[in-house]
Design a protein. Structure first.
Length: 313
């Protein structure tokens, strides 16, 4: 398939996902082609920890490059349980997961490539993947799971209703389509139109609107925006087969379970995503995908020990 658009990979990460991120990078270097650059976005004070991943096709960037100047990180000693929290008079408190969504949208809007494969740190490729051929085709692939969200879904339903409010669209009927997945493709022009639409609807900057929205999914927001525009639907190709196997449960997987997932993967799957909150060890994942020889040698790299105290949140 002919590549019509330039393509980049985009991964926001942070220190608690370091080993998973290292595995993602090893798998990208082995299996993925067709992309211009792999952009990695981390907190400014974690740049020393992630700088070793810079390479010819990978660039680690500070989050301050993409966040509004009015959004400030609260010092950890003011917080309970040591979690990162941003705050502003414009928005009130904004948590780290929310910040990652903001970073993805802002980075795609600002970086030079035309298409982006958005890949979180807990993904690993185990088969060859031509990102240029997949994401760079004339029509951008838009992953959707039809009718997957019920009205009483504890999180997804709230995220769906937030999309309607942010975009000033008619209320979505349930069961609603789900656009959340792994190795998700975004089109730069579509993202720019999305942010302009949110700003116009709220009569304030889109970043402020998203920071004020407590229930938010960036992937649902993109999908809903495309779904309600005939022109954008024409510019996208609906795909109902995701690229990754996914495990979302809280219980950790053992080595046999991880190996079974990979061994029994359909040929359409090129990546594996085991949620970091499951606390599944990295070693069996590395072995299952054939990357055990690239194990991270130090559980706590010297760069991590040298970071300021506020990095450990």
């Amino acid at each position: 398939m002919k590549q019509a658009r330039t393509v980049a990979l985009l991964t926001p990460s942070y220190h608690k996902d370091l080993e998973r991120f290292a595995l993602l990078c090893d798998s990208v270097d082995r299996h993925v082609k067709g992309h211009e650059t792999h952009y990695v976005i981390v907190a400014d004070d974690e740049i020393p920890l992630f700088s070793r991943f810079n390479s010819e096709k990978r660039i680690v960037l500070p989050s301050s490059k993409f966040l509004p100047k009015w959004l400030k990180l609260i010092p950890p000693f003011l917080l309970r349980r040591g979690r990162r929290l941003w705050w502003s008079f414009h928005s009130g408190p904004v948590h780290g997961w929310h910040i990652q969504q903001l970073l993805k949208i802002s980075a795609v809007s600002a970086l030079p490539e035309e298409r982006f494969c958005v890949i979180d740190s807990d993904n690993v490729f185990f088969r060859p993947f031509d990102a240029g051929a997949y994401a760079g085709r004339e029509r951008a692939p838009l992953y959707v799971e039809r009718g997957a969200i019920e009205a009483d879904a504890p999180m997804h339903a709230a995220w769906t209703r937030s999309c309607d409010r942010l975009l000033r669209q008619a209320e979505t009927t349930f069961p609603a389509d789900d656009y959340i997945g792994h190795v998700i493709v975004w089109d730069k022009r579509t993202i720019q139109e999305l942010t302009q639409t949110i700003s116009a609807a709220a009569k304030r900057n889109w970043k402020e609107s998203l920071c004020k929205t407590r229930a938010l999914s960036e992937y649902l927001l993109y999908g809903h925006f495309v779904r309600n525009s005939p022109a954008l639907l024409q510019a996208h190709e609906i795909v109902t087969e995701g690229l990754a196997l996914a495990y979302w449960d809280a219980a950790p997987l053992d080595a046999a379970a991880v190996a079974s997932m990979v061994e029994q993967a359909p040929t359409s799957k090129v990546a594996l995503s085991i949620a970091s909150f499951s606390n599944t060890p990295i070693s069996p994942i590395r072995r299952a995908v054939g990357l055990s020889q690239a194990e991270v040698k130090d559980a706590v790299p010297t760069e991590l020990a040298a970071l300021p105290a506020r990095a450990f949140v």
